[in-house]
Ligand binder design. Structure first.
Ligand code: C2E
Ligand code: MG
Ligand code: MG
Ligand code: MG
Length: 282
């Protein structure tokens, strides 16, 4: 009795595992197709603000995939798949190219220019990346100061020496470097202090607990103070409430992004916002 039950459960498990493998293969094929067609992929732009002056200072570029049958799929779902299959390289290039083309278009529309922060997967950080970035900036005739690259701590965990050197090479092209999701990884503070970082992004998981959770309060204050000592700008991500904003401002955090001020915007919405703020920015 118990044995056959166990067998049935095993069959069920195998079938669902098989189904998951098929689903993944299907999704991988669909992603390849999306990259070829270039119609299902698009970018959204989440404004970033100065906590003290209230000015718009830039935006984070976020990838979206409008799947023909499954609807909008979150990058949290398809980026890991792209990383495992190697599709992240063409996908990452597409994001960089499209973001810079958009910056160029906004510039030609006479809109004020501001920073675009593009997320990079660790797999994209190859020795050839600095050259690619320079070539793209030259191609679109854009200043390097317009571009910020967001990397995560996982980069430092496998090969910290190489990572430090590559980030140095990237810095030489004139772009800025931000460390994303800070505090969620396990990077050593010693390496952190050696990295050529411009911005440290305080992860949403800490911001969520502000201003009431004591451990989040302590950690956030610590991050801000440490960054200040190292001459690094702090940006809090996922700010949703007025109380969180007030706390961060008082704690000396410089920048923020989050639903409180704006969700990620479609290209037209971002252009409208830029137009409305035009005098503000220049
Ligand atoms: P991330 O870089 O940490 O991006 C921040 C995420 O938090 C975004 O989710 C954004 O929409 C969301 N967010 C921002 N403000 C708030 C808020 O106030 N409340 C809440 N609940 N959420 C907020 P999204 O767009 O789903 O992106 C998820 C992750 O996918 C990103 O995390 C990033 O790691 C990755 N990703 C997105 N676009 C790209 C890309 O072009 N390339 C690579 N390699 N990764 C990307
Ligand atoms: Mg990011
Ligand atoms: Mg982040
Ligand atoms: Mg995050």
């Amino acid at each position: 009795q118990a044995k056959s039950e166990g067998r049935n459960r095993f069959c069920l498990y195998v079938r669902s595992l098989g189904q998951r493998v098929v689903d993944r293969l299907q999704l991988e094929n669909d992603l390849r197709q999306a990259l070829r067609l270039e119609q299902q992929l698009f970018l959204v732009y989440q404004p970033q603000w100065d906590l003290h002056s209230g000015q718009l200072i830039g935006c984070e570029v976020l990838l979206r995939w409008q799947h023909p049958r499954r609807g909008l799929i979150s990058p949290a779902e398809f980026i890991p798949l792209a990383e495992e299959t190697g599709l992240i390289l063409p996908l990452g290039s597409w994001v960089l190219r499209t973001a810079l083309a958009q910056a160029r278009a906004w510039r030609e529309q006479g809109l004020p220019s501001f920073t675009l922060a593009v997320n990079l997967s660790t797999a994209q950080l190859t020795a050839d990346l600095p050259r690619q970035i320079s070539a793209l900036l030259r191609g679109y005739e854009l200043p390097a100061s317009l571009l910020e690259l967001e990397v995560t701590e996982t980069l430092l965990m496998t090969a910290p020496e190489e990572a430090t050197q590559l980030l140095g090479e990237l810095k030489k092209t004139g772009v800025r470097i931000a460390l994303d999701d800070f505090g969620t990884g396990y990077s050593s503070l010693a390496y952190l202090s050696r990295l050529p970082l411009d911005v440290l992004k305080i992860d949403k998981s800490f911001v969520d607990g502000l201003p009431d959770r004591q451990d989040d309060v302590v950690i956030t204050r610590l991050i801000i103070r440490m960054a200040a000592q190292l001459g690094i700008t702090t940006l809090a991500e996922g700010v949703e409430t007025e109380a969180q904003q007030q706390f961060l401002k008082a704690a000396g955090c410089h920048l923020m992004q989050g639903y409180l001020k704006a969700k990620p915007l479609q290209q037209q919405e971002m252009a409208a916002l830029l137009l409305a703020l035009k005098s503000d920015l220049s």
